[in-house]
Design a protein around this ligand. Sequence first.
Ligand code: PGA
Length: 246
Amino acid sequence: MRHPLVAGNWKMHGDRESVAGLIAGLLEIGCEAEVAVFPPYVYIPLVAASIGNSDVDFGISIGAQNVSEYDSGAYTGEVSCQMLRDFGCQYTIVGHSERRSIYGETNEQVAHKFAAVQSVGITPILCVGETLEQRDQGKTLVVVAAQIEAVIERVGLDEVCEAVIAYEPVWAIGTGKTASADQAQAVHLAIRQQLGELGEKTRILYGGSVKAANAAELFMQPDIDGALVGGASLDANEFSKICKLA
Ligand code: PGA
């Protein structure tokens, strides 16, 4: 039985005041699913302290949106996995499509980050997904399989199956266009088949314009184990509804 996970990727949004308001809303959620939030780095201590000081009785975890592949050294502007662990992060997103497209992260770099994250005991959330052009060319499954294979080559199948995978079609992120439940399920199933028997326990999340209005149908699919939510995670009320549906 895979425990559903709903992850909120805040991206580069918010300020001290809005973050405080969002946390207050999050602490009220109360749901069966595990909830995880991914604030910008500088707000991680604030969120961690608020959760630590609360008496929430549901699982709420903290993660980072990105991390350096290096342990330490002269890498101006970077944050290491060890630092994230120091601040209580249980998860780290690696290979988000915005990192791949805006910052040029390659499959190999993403695999390196994945290995670094796992080596300190943090669970990576590996994002994969195709562009619209790749989908139109019928390359969706090939692209997604190659993104996952690059990580398997680096760390091995067992380690990948211990992580969380997020299927996020690039054309559905922040666009308001969600993959249909059938389209998403087809890719989730292909990912699970790629992982084989070990992948039965791996949580595979869907991401891309998830809202309360479309979450239920997505969560009904047998291979969708939760969601990675961007825009809708900035509204505590909307995010709470999604968490309760998972
Ligand atoms: P979105 O973002 O929900 O705003 O489409 C999802 C993501 O980028 O993880």
